[in-house]
Design a binder for this molecule. Structure first.
Ligand code: OGA
Ligand code: NI
Length: 321
């Protein structure tokens, strides 16, 4: 998995070339030079850890309601034969800010510290911080990071900086997903997360600082992303594959489990405003590269419907002239 220095991106043609290569081939990279301190990244990990260490009855207070997407929970069961993913998660909308469901945001752990249950023998100490504040601050930092990226991505294809963001709409959406993967007695049989591509245009993942598990396909083999504590793992999602007319890739990835270690990760998904129709950018369509995808809106629901029918969403939006 290539390493890209975000600090160099705005000015270095070399780094822009590396970015383009990474996104056209694997669709993912490890970001360094992102300007977020290691201690802050550990605070974010701490927030996740503190939440998952709450007693089950405490976590239940943040449960996803039956007809909602936000909240704490696990896979929706849609069929009897379904193999469930070996994880639980807390899913929240962080942007637009006025669409936050704050009662589902974990409260200041100082107030709920008494409810702790120790789940791991790992001795990692985190400063206790207000979950809500840390999450708010993290979302602002990541917004700046992805703003830098969509500009660099457009430039790397010799497009105007706003070529992609013109399609984001006035209210682009960012969701956070705190993932908790418990140890699993049968890692040979059960995945932490089944193979999928993200529905976002870009996803930024903060991995566990010790335990690996995320894998991408490379040369038809699964390769594991190494654990480098201060790195952010960036992968594109389906919305960018569509907007880039298939030039940039939305990679398939999965998470494996292991027998004796739990793993925590924090994924931030960036999506266009749901009602906004997206399609391949004009500048990326010509005789040599005809339009690959039709326009689509409300990609989140579209994606979910495909998933329920066992269909690959990107195949379903392919253009058949
Ligand atoms: C996801 C995802 C990877 C991980 O949440 O979509 O791919 O390492 N997560 O948790
Ligand atoms: Ni994913």
């Amino acid at each position: 998995v290539p390493v890209i220095d975000l600090g160099l991106l705005p000015s270095s043609k070399d780094e822009q070339g590396k970015l383009k290569l990474a996104l056209c081939s694997g669709g993912c990279f490890q970001a360094i030079g992102h300007g977020i301190s290691s201690s802050f990244l550990n605070k974010v990990r701490g927030v996740a850890k503190q939440f998952f260490q709450l007693l089950q009855e405490e976590k239940q207070k943040y449960s996803r309601a039956a007809n909602q997407v936000e909240g704490y929970g696990y896979d929706l069961v849609v069929s009897e034969k379904q193999v469930l993913d070996w994880n639980t998660r807390l899913f929240l909308r962080v942007f637009p800010e006025h669409q936050r469901t704050l009662n589902l945001w974990p409260e200041n752990p100082d107030k709920i510290r008494h409810a702790y249950l120790t789940l791991s023998r790992r001795t990692v100490s985190y400063e206790l911080n207000s979950c809500r504040e840390v999450l708010h601050e993290y979302s602002i930092k990541l917004k700046q990071l992805v703003d830098l990226l969509f500009k660099a991505m457009a430039k790397s294809l010799a497009l105007e900086e706003k070529s992609f963001s013109d399609q984001f709409g006035d209210n682009p959406v960012m969701h956070v997903r705190f993932n908790f993967y418990p140890p699993c007695t049968r890692p040979d049989k059960v995945l932490g997360l089944k193979p999928h591509s993200d529905r976002s245009w870009i996803t930024v993942l903060l991995q566990d600082e010790q335990v690996e598990g995320l894998q991408f396909v490379k040369d038809e083999k699964w390769i594991t992303v190494p654990v480098i504590p201060h790195v952010l793992v960036v992968n594109l999602g389906d919305q960018m594959q569509i907007m880039s007319n298939g030039i940039f890739k939305s990679p398939v990835h999965r998470v494996v489990t292991n027998t004796d270690k739990l793993r925590i990760s924090v994924a931030m998904f960036n999506e266009v405003e749901p009602e906004k129709e997206i399609g391949p950018v004009d500048g990326l369509i010509d005789e040599n590269r005809p339009r690959l995808y039709r326009n689509v809106k409300i990609y989140a629901s579209f994606n979910y419907e495909c998933f329920q029918k066992g269909k690959v969403p990107l195949e379903e939006v392919k253009f058949h002239a």
